[in-house]
Design a protein around this ligand. Sequence first.
Ligand code: CA
Length: 249
Amino acid sequence: EIGGSARLVEYVFVGQRIAIIEDESDIVEMVRYNFRKEGFEVESYSRGREGFEALRRNPPDLLLLDIMLPDEDGLSVCRRLRADERLKSLPVVFLTARGEEVDRIIGLEIGADDYVVKPFSPRELVARVKAILRRQARPAEKGETIEIRGLRLDARTQDVLVRGRPVGLSALEFKLLHFLASHPRQIFSREQLLDEVWGRDCYVTLRTVDVHIRRLREKIEAQPDQPEYIGTVRGAGYRFLAEAERRES
Ligand code: CA
């Protein structure tokens, strides 16, 4: 159980949101089933315009985009995404029919990240999506200064600022927060945190992790019972929240 790196990689995807704009319900259902199985949340739209507006309100982590849609086609939706401040870096994977203009899709003009040709294997699509999300979720380098949503951690001086206000953390609290913030979104079990932060040879109980998380929240969160930075994942552990996830905890 402890520190299994293969399992750790999979944890990265739990709770990540995939949106699909596609008018063929069989494909939507297949995508929904296969991505949910892997821990993703899936939301679907059958029209280009409706989909675009929904993405703007609440950007997902990645978009699967059909080309032939009843109203606005996928290429046009993608162009609009790239021109939108909130959505311009949203990863997009096109679902294309054979014979569609693949060169244009993946070219600079449209700015898609990848594409699959229908009929595609769900397993391959899931693998490609995971590869794109993994590239995006590169952990911060050790010792790097981290700045996320008003939280600033300077690894050299161990200074911590929350919205410009200095916060005094113990060395252990700093290490715990820096570790979580270096791996945003990844869920760590209490065993893994003990291993990574306290060290393998340290014999403390799992409860110790909860106590330290509680103290950290009291110091850095405006409302410790509605944390903005450190989320609890029931039955699994803790993770540093990405911006779109604050509602979850
Ligand atoms: Ca279609």
